[in-house]
Design a binder for this molecule. Sequence first.
Ligand SMILES: Nc1ncnc2c1ncn2[C@@H]1O[C@H](COP(=O)(O)OP(=O)(O)OP(=O)(O)O)[C@@H](O)[C@H]1O
Length: 484
Amino acid sequence: MSTRSEKASMTPGERLSAAVRTWGTRGARKPEGTEGDPGPRDAGRSGPPGVRVGDLSVVYRTSAGELPAVSGIDLELVPGTITGVVGESGSGKSTLALSLLNAVQPPGRIRSGSVEIDGLGDVVGLRGDDLRRARGRHIGYVFQAAQNSLNPLKTVGKQLLDLGRSHDIQDLRGLVRDAKDLLGRMGMDGARVLDSHQHELSGGMRQRVGIMLALVLNAHLVILDEPTTALDMITQATILRIVREVHEERGLTTLVITHDLGVVAEVADRLAVMYGGRVVEQGPTIEVLGAPRHPYTQGLIRAIPRLIGDIGEARALPGRPPTLGTVPSRGCVFRERCELRMDVCETEEPPAVSRGEWIVACHAVAARHADEDADAARTGNGAANGSGTANATRTANGRTNGNGTGNGAGNGAGTAAPGANEDGTANGTRTANGTGIGTGNTNGTRNGNGDEAANGDGTAYEERDAVPRGAGLGVRAHGPREKT
Ligand SMILES: Nc1ncnc2c1ncn2[C@@H]1O[C@H](COP(=O)(O)OP(=O)(O)OP(=O)(O)O)[C@@H](O)[C@H]1O
């Protein structure tokens, strides 16, 4: 694993690779309350909330009429996870984040859809005091450029008290105590910071103050919009470490908005890639970055600058992202820049293809999957004709157990996606094809790339797809795969 100082000197591309490589070494989330003081205002609060965004569309009024900045977004924030949202400037990331607070301001408005937050219901329907209470006490928001958003005329402490009063906090001493504690955890002298004005703090310190203000009312859903923009590399690394630590200590559900893939690789469990107001690909970060399927995600990863190895390898995506006025009203919004473009992309909205937790909206990916499914089904018929029987069961944690019995000789080969956990369980997609006249034993071998070959009787067969491996990011599977 890279040390912190090594990480700080890395390019975004190197940090991306390093973070993806070390993913499997992360510890499990600590349950809330097992470490640290959750604070008195936490009483009665259940665990981190889940969030379900359903068919969300947001428009801005322009001289050309109302134009969509976010269209038909479906996204789930799993309780206790960090979800990263990435995309180029103008892709709709901040608009999506503001919608989670029902805080889109005129000339914008949420045109349709829902944002269901556990414990709050659909925030799109909240108004007035209910909405004000939800913000701050349930949902903490660290705005883009938070390091410049403090009031320059008031000390941080005064702004903290204003925040407390605006949320009817009675125990202001307790609030100050919690603020000092949070600032201390983030490596600062809390008393000194509360006595300071904005100009007396560095950019990184102000960003930490922003995080403190978002957390101090004990919100359990936290949204960070570009938490590291405009910070130097070392401060960036510190802030990301703090985000991760605070997230785990306080049992949060966190959304991180960024245009920097290195940032999501560093902190996010799950990832949503936005383009032209749509989520074009989403899934577990390790899988999406390890083997991106959408041509836009592939292009974003190819564009990451490299300092070592083949420095000419990085290739910028051709063309420019659409603006409100140029985003196509039908068909695929990415088609102008896409090397896989087909006729259907001009007219039809791409279907959402899902495999497990992974969802991709792309005609080319959908067509490829349909072909692969047809191939798999053909091979599966061959297996059914054999004299052996084959079973493959997938348990809730993604573990695949293959059983086979039979007579004769057969073999199957499978490719595991680079998503296997340390204990050898697979959370990736896989294909195992074979003719299923087995000999009675099942053996599995795996090489360092996470490839797997299974030979034996009664082919363990799953109707799933092969995926590209590793994408040069050094993703690898760990441990033996369980077979019975
Ligand atoms: N107040 C506004 N009035 C009109 N259009 C807006 C307004 N705010 C955002 N937009 C437009 O909505 C689209 C999405 O903007 P948004 O800020 O959500 O994107 P973003 O991905 O967060 O970009 P960035 O990374 O630059 O912050 C863009 O085309 C933007 O120009």
